[in-house]
Design a protein around this ligand. Structure first.
Ligand SMILES: [Zn+2]
Length: 428
């Protein structure tokens, strides 16, 4: 229970606005007390602290909140509107199928309307609150079918949830730029409306020259307006795709070092080792981070190999119940759990990598500063139900407490009563 006033765990004059007591921390022995003031972590100590509000972690693990590196937030809960033909095409991973899936999936945009998109997206953001997701790279299709119907509700939700779930809204030309005349102006309009990030999907253009032109135009737009870039690159089973490289080169050229995200990049999983090492060197120079979603299909980025080369890789939920993925709860702990299997990362080192990829490393990829459980870090934390990280992933339950900007914004419990002879008791 979160307690306040005279019901404090520790007696005395409160010295912090919020205290999380009896916490287990990653990589540190013993029990810890976390003092929080003004949305910032003010103390991490083993001696008792007093707070105006106190949360008892009861020995469970406390970590940084979750970060969702990639999410199509305008399309959530649309699978039932269009059927699963696109899903079959996308998950096959082949070049032609991946393109075909985008065309099938665009059927949802025949009646794209902010009136039904807004409540769907709101539901997904509330799920983010429940599961302790603090930052989301949120894509909205901006093209001649979708117009601005997807991006407008996401910009409104960004303001409504600021400080609880921060949305970085991406103006995303899902159908290409040169393939979809008119899309570029709509992306510009979305930036004028306040979109945080300029999107792109160069690999679907018809020639390499047009793909390069696509990357150039979007990077130029981002640089001119002080925005970051986030593109879907090389998202098919064809090792000749090279748009990740184009994006990194353009970031270097346009002064966008450290301001870019490469999403999907599934073809990189098929690169020969020398090509992979060459790309790793280039993306590190450009400060280009990756986001992978290995739960969405068999072909994915070589996450562990890139991490070993020092490239920051985050994980993304990608989709919730849409034409590309039929499940999803906006639970990044669940995404990490699934990734641990898909990436063969079930040993201790692997579990650390996938958990970092939904917390601290993901924050780095998205350019979020201060996402660290340390004095001076942002007070964006989750209090779990178990002490060991392996158990936390295994159960991937909603956190017992979610703290955002220094205050408790959600709490969850789960319990089971066994109706068995001689065992009529509650177990959790
Ligand atoms: Zn995606």
């Amino acid at each position: 229970m979160a307690r306040s006033g005279g019901d404090r765990l520790n007696r005395g004059v409160p010295t912090h606005e919020l205290v999380i007591a009896h916490a287990t921390l990653r990589g540190r022995d013993g029990r810890w007390q976390i003092g929080i003031d003004g949305g910032v972590i003010a103390a991490v100590e083993q001696t008792p602290l007093t707070g105006s509000t106190e949360v008892d972690a009861a020995g469970a693990l406390v970590t940084e909140s979750f970060v969702n590196g990639h999410m199509h937030l305008d399309k959530v809960y649309t699978l039932d509107r269009i059927g699963d033909a696109a899903l079959t095409a996308y998950t096959s991973g082949e070049m032609g199928s991946a393109l075909h899936s985008i065309e099938l999936a665009s059927a949802v945009k025949a009646d794209y309307d902010r009136e039904w998109i807004e409540p769907n997206a709101r539901k997904a953001v509330l799920e983010a609150v429940r599961y302790g997701v603090r930052h989301v790279l949120a894509f909205a299709d901006v093209d001649t079918h979708a117009q601005l119907e997807g991006v407008i509700p996401l910009l409104a939700l960004r303001e409504e949830f600021r400080g609880v779930v921060d949305l970085q809204v991406v103006a995303f030309p899902q159908d290409g730029l040169l393939r979809d005349p008119g899309a570029e102006q709509l992306v510009r309009d979305a930036v004028y409306l306040g979109a945080d990030v300029v999107g792109g999907i160069p690999w679907i253009e018809h020639t390499d020259a047009e793909a390069r032109e696509h990357v150039q135009r979007m990077c130029r737009l981002a640089a001119a307006h002080g925005r970051r870039v986030a593109m879907l690159v090389d998202d098919a089973g064809d090792p000749s795709l090279r748009t990740t490289e184009m994006l990194a080169e353009a970031m270097l050229e346009h002064g966008l070092v450290g301001k870019g995200v490469a999403n999907h990049a599934r073809a990189v999983g098929l690169y020969a080792r020398p090509s992979l090492e060459r790309l790793a060197g280039l993306v590190k120079r450009a400060g280009l981070g990756f986001v992978s979603d290995p739960h969405t299909g068999p072909l994915h980025l070589p996450v562990r190999e890139l991490a070993a080369m020092g490239v920051p890789v985050a994980l993304g939920q990608d989709d919730i119940e849409d034409a590309y993925y039929p499940f999803g709860r906006h639970n990044m702990n669940e995404v990490a759990f699934l990734a641990a299997h898909a990436l063969n990362a079930v040993d201790g080192a692997g579990i650390d990598i996938v958990y970092d990829a939904v917390t601290t490393t993901a924050a780095t990829v998205l350019g979020v500063a201060g996402h660290r459980l340390e004095v001076g870090g942002n007070a964006d934390l989750v209090v779990h139900h178990h002490a060991a990280l392996r158990e936390v992933l295994s159960h991937h339950a909603a956190p017992a407490y979610v703290v955002a900007s220094g205050r408790v914004v959600a709490s969850s419990t789960s319990s089971t009563t066994y109706h068995l002879a001689n065992l009529e008791q509650e177990n959790s």
